[in-house]
Design a binder for this molecule. Structure first.
Ligand code: NAD
Ligand code: DAU
Length: 379
């Protein structure tokens, strides 16, 4: 049985990855390490934790002693590091926390792995490593900076991050590669584009728009809405990580994206139209709406769910214009391709939110209310 340390698995992508791995493999054990910040929710993975195949440890990836203890207790074969401060807008407000978690947290895990996995030295003085172990860093396309109207990010594109978040992720990538180059540590990195899907925290564009529509609130679009993101359904990202972790080249960096570029304004309009269509087709969904005005047939009205909810607001500072991934390497080397097209993925995502309003309520009670107020009140 192989043992995985998966950090940040109470968050969006990490929880999807945990569920994917547990359902795909019978013969693995996963230890989740998560600090349960505002973005982590134990309820998301409560049904997965059985203290045999899946064990939960609440703790900080920056904690040196905890990391050593976990390595001693569980003898990990793989580490998949999702844990991070992940929201660009928050990084603009509080950069230091991003540097702390994303850079020093990653370095702390690398060092704990080094202490646990090094078996000796070779004749040139390089450490020798336990066989069949690997550290995988979950990174982002934002490390490459911003594109103009043309071109794509390849693995050779120079790192040119602009936000404190992306600068911290680029730094973490460089530290990971430094451990590979200096100590010959077995590592891989994936750099993925924007994910969407179940358990996405409603500070990010798509779940925020869904939540606001259901609550009859305005839909804040930064600037003129022309910024482009390259959207990938989260399960496709999980499949890519699984492949790279087990079959990727040692020291390999792989871009992950599905050639699904859309302007933010398009995403918002598509989300509005899809919610309205689902509610036309399935009137039961209308019960989720906060506004419960009835029409002449006694049905909850949905005619107000239209583009007039959109409000253009002050732009994000240093807002990257366009991200677009060239996924040729992972396709050709590992046979990965995105299995869920956007039209299908957005329907699955919206249906998940319509059916999981309790989850939304839980994760947005408390701190979220202050966050939303501060972030959007003067925009
Ligand atoms: P998220 O914010 O939803 O979840 C982050 C998780 O990490 C939470 O469970 C949180 O409690 C935990 N965490 C935060 N600080 C921690 C610490 N110091 N110690 C332990 N746990 C801590 O993030 P996400 O969107 O799921 O992103 C996961 C990873 O994927 C991140 O590294 C992010 O940079 C990367 N990524 C995200 C996207 C995207 O579109 N969301 C795309 C590409 C890459
Ligand atoms: O590209 C990968 C990155 O995608 C990940 O590394 C990050 O962790 C993840 O948060 C995401 O970053 P973005 O900044 O692209 O995602 P966000 O959902 O915050 O914003 C998407 C776009 O929508 C961006 O251009 C800003 C815009 N936006 C966002 C919000 C929250 C709005 O117009 N209005 C909003 O209210």
């Amino acid at each position: 049985m192989r043992t995985y340390l998966v950090t940040g698995a109470a968050g969006f992508i990490g929880s999807n990855f945990l569920k994917y791995m547990l359902s795909k493999y019978d013969d693995i054990r996963i230890v989740v390490l998560d600090a349960l910040t505002y973005a982590g929710n134990l309820g998301t993975i409560a049904d997965d934790i059985d203290n045999e195949r899946c064990i939960f440890i609440r703790g900080n990836i920056c904690d040196h002693n905890l990391a050593d203890r976990l390595f001693a207790d569980y003898r990990f074969d793989y580490i998949v590091n999702f844990a991070a401060e992940s929201h660009v807008d928050r990084s603009i407000e509080n950069p230091q926390l991003f540097l702390q978690t994303n850079i020093l947290g990653t370095q702390n895990l690398l060092d704990a792995a080094r202490r646990a996995w090094v078996t000796g030295k070779n004749e040139k003085g390089y450490p020798t490593w336990r066989k069949n172990v690997r550290f995988h860093q979950v990174s982002t396309d934002e490390v490459y900076g911003s594109l103009g109207a043309e071109g794509f990010f390849t693995e050779e594109t120079p790192l040119c991050p602009h936000s404190p978040y992306s600068a911290s992720k680029a730094s973490a990538d460089m530290i990971v590669m430094a451990y590979h180059d200096t100590y010959q540590m077995p590592v891989t990195i994936t750099r993925c584009s924007n994910n969407y899907g179940p358990y996405h925290f409603p500070e990010k564009l798509i779940p925020l728009i869904i939540k606001n529509i259901l609550e009859g609130k305005r839909l804040p679009v930064y600037g003129d809405g022309s910024n482009v993101r390259d959207w990938l359904y989260v399960e496709d990202h999980c499949k890519a990580i699984d492949l790279v972790l087990h079959k990727g080249q040692d020291g390999g960096i792989y871009n992950v994206g599905g050639h699904n570029e859309k302007q933010n304004i398009e995403i918002v309009k598509l989300t509005i139209a899809t919610i309205r269509r689902l509610m036309e087709e399935e009137p039961e969904y209308r019960k989720v709406l906060k506004k419960k005005e009835l029409d002449e047939q006694g049905q909850i009205r949905i005619d107000w769910i239209n583009d007039s909810l959109i409000t253009f607001v002050k732009d994000r500072l240093g807002h990257d214009q366009r991200y677009a991934i060239d996924p040729t390497k992972i396709k050709e080397e590992l046979g990965w391709y995105p299995e869920t097209c956007f039209e299908e993925g957005i329907v699955k995502t919206i249906q998940w939110y319509l059916n999981n309003q309790e989850w939304v309520k839980t994760v947005t009670s408390g701190e979220y209310q202050n966050y939303y107020e501060n972030m959007y009140k003067n925009r």
